[in-house]
Design a protein around this ligand. Sequence first.
Ligand SMILES: CC(C)(COP(=O)(O)OP(=O)(O)OC[C@H]1O[C@@H](n2cnc3c(N)ncnc32)[C@H](O)[C@@H]1OP(=O)(O)O)[C@@H](O)C(=O)NCCC(=O)NCCS
Length: 263
Amino acid sequence: MQKSYLHKDCHSPVSWGVEPAAASPSGLPYRELEGYPLSDLARPKIIVRQTGENNIIFADWDSLNIIHDVMIEVMGSNNVIYLGSRTYIMKLRLVIQGHNNVLGFGERSHFGGNRMQISGSNCAIICGNGFGIQSNTMLLAKENGCRITVGDDCMFSTDIAIRTSDNHPVFDMKTKERVNMGQDVNIGSRVWIGENAKILKGVTLANDVIVGAASVVTRNAPANTVVAGAPAKVVKTGVFWYRHFALMEDYDPYNPTPWPYPA
Ligand SMILES: CC(C)(COP(=O)(O)OP(=O)(O)OC[C@H]1O[C@@H](n2cnc3c(N)ncnc32)[C@H](O)[C@@H]1OP(=O)(O)O)[C@@H](O)C(=O)NCCC(=O)NCCS
């Protein structure tokens, strides 16, 4: 089996299709992993459907805890997929439709049955370490050049959609110009998104934001706030959250306790 390694230069915009900062917001150790051409990949519980060439996947396979199948569908070329080490995957579908994209997540992540999809070229979905999402939650980076970035230790509940695009164009009747262009979504670290929330194009959530259940977030949220409603508004300020019901004196927001699985 042919092997290759990502090296320094792979952080260049040319190699990744994205700028270095976006490619590795939390210093993901891309360079430590072996990269395999997707076409050569033959692993249990990994189903690959591919058209195109020069698509590479990086993973520390022995450290992954895959319960059900991981489906990887790539229609395009020069794409990079990164599966962070020590990650627990109940079920996961990764879809790339386009070229020069990057899709990956960091160490200690947890997937409860999710879809991460890129539809376009030069796009990215990059999630940091300790990323946890429950079932039926979708991240969609659609429209050329659009990115979703997620910081470290974020927690997303069920039935959430995060999208860079409305999926259909809206036009101004007079000018005939499009009024709803796709835009990046940037989510900071330690962001908790409640059940059934929707995060729409162009939104930036700062660190330690909590998004209320069933919210539709259309505008940015400042750090340490609760936002809720449709459209979501700031309903509380000066708060933080913790993953466990642990003793609060143990809390250190910049050195959070890792989620306790996989062991
Ligand atoms: C409805 C929609 C297409 C409008 O897009 P747009 O024309 O770019 O609208 P804007 O983002 O400029 O928002 C205009 C105003 O409506 C509000 N708004 C937009 N979508 C909203 C929603 N779903 N619920 C409540 N308010 C909403 C915005 O907050 C904004 O108000 P403000 O200016 O006071 O802050 C888009 O917001 C949306 O809901 N996209 C998701 C579409 C979808 O579900 N696609 C799935 C596949 S079909």
